[in-house]
Design a protein around this ligand. Structure first.
Ligand code: KG4
Ligand code: ZN
Length: 331
């Protein structure tokens, strides 16, 4: 089955062609990062306009690269939420129009499920059940993946998403957008000299909070600046990142133990973080568990992961007929 997939929920316009749920024939990504850098974050209206400009070009490139034409496509899909409403509408309208014109089935995909499915592309042998940790710019979810389309939500952030905290801390340090990869890099040269809080780590639930940690970093920076003292950026990055790693690790492994699961799957933009990957792998070795995370290109937003999710949703027969863009779509 050839699947055409479109992703446009935030600042990447992406189109992919997959064979079934795991084999990527093409995955073209046009990123708007350079545009949004000027503003220090994504400007929704600018994002929508750029999706409109990019979508047809990216679609053609994806079909050419996969060496297929629209008539070869068996299933069409696009992200229907969560995300920016104007941005979502561009990809969703394109996808539904193509499906209608071809008289082929259409599947609207939940972006969060898409991030999980990125791992099916990177790991041919990976199958549910497993514990999933979705960490991106907009989302932080700890879930149990019982089957391809069967999820139990155990925890989520009460305020900021992990990636959002990375980006805001980076901004307060005067670093460029998106800040996650820069913090990752600087932290490698830093020492953990500041004791930032591990918020909610001991609480008897699987929820997270990153706003308090972000505020603690901002307060530290303000106080240093007021006193005219030097700020060692590398140390701030390292200390902040370690606080993030500790809570993610503690809660994820606690859930894996409780559910007796030996597979833990990381996904979303923040799963590109080298320290998070290393810490999860070290802990997994100690506890006889296995960690999965997608190859770098599939961590951040891309259409291939949407195509994988669409394929498994279609196969399950649990296709939701309601394909309206939903900015607040949950799991
Ligand atoms: O999954 P994604 O592309 O978009 C959303 O669905 O939100 O994630 C983007 C987020 C940004 O916050 C970015 O700073 C973060 O992923 N990110 C990282 C790294 N690479 C990307 N955060 C920490 N370390 C990284 N290496
Ligand atoms: Zn995403």
């Amino acid at each position: 089955m050839k699947v055409l997939a479109i992703e446009s929920s935030c600042d990447e316009t992406s189109v992919a062609v997959l064979e079934d749920g795991r084999k990527v024939l093409s995955n073209v990504i046009a990123t708007q990062i350079e545009t949004h850098k000027k503003f220090g974050g994504v400007v929704p209206e600018v994002a929508s306009r750029q999706h409109v400009e990019a979508i047809n070009v990216v679609l053609k490139e994806a079909l050419d690269e996969a060496n297929v034409s629209l008539s070869d496509i068996d299933l069409v899909s696009a992200t229907k939420g969560p995300g920016l409403i104007g941005a979502l509408l561009v990809g969703l309208s394109a996808g539904k129009t193509i499906a209608m014109a071809l008289n082929k089935p259409f599947v609207g995909v939940n972006h969060i499920v898409g991030h999980v499915c990125a791992n099916y592309i990177s790991f041919e042998e990976l199958e549910p059940p497993f514990i999933g940790l979705i960490i991106s710019g907009g989302h932080t979810y700890l879930i149990e993946v019982k089957d391809y389309v069967d999820f139990i939500l155990h925890g989520r952030t009460q305020d900021d998403a992990v990636g959002e905290a990375f980006d805001k801390v980076a901004r307060s340090l005067g670093l460029a957008y998106p800040g996650g990869p820069i913090i990752d890099k600087l932290a490698r040269e830093g020492k953990e000299t500041i004791d930032f809080p591990r918020v909610m780590i001991k609480e008897d639930n699987y929820d997270f909070s990153f706003s308090g940690l972000k505020t603690a970093v901002l307060n530290y920076l303000n106080s240093k600046r007021q006193k005219g003292e030097d700020i060692i950026k590398e140390d701030v990055c390292k200390s902040f990142q370690e606080a993030v790693v500790d809570v993610l690790l503690e809660k994820t492994f606690r859930l894996a133990d409780e559910k007796n699961m030996d597979k833990i799957v990381l996904c979303g933009g923040v799963s590109a973080n080298s320290r998070i990957r290393e810490a999860f792998e070290d802990e997994a070795k100690k506890r006889n568990k296995k960690i999965y995370y997608p190859e770098l290109k599939l961590c951040t937003d891309n259409a291939a992961m949407i195509g994988s999710a669409a394929y498994y949703t279609y196969k399950s027969g649990k296709v939701d007929e309601e394909n309206f863009a939903n900015p607040n779509l949950g799991l």
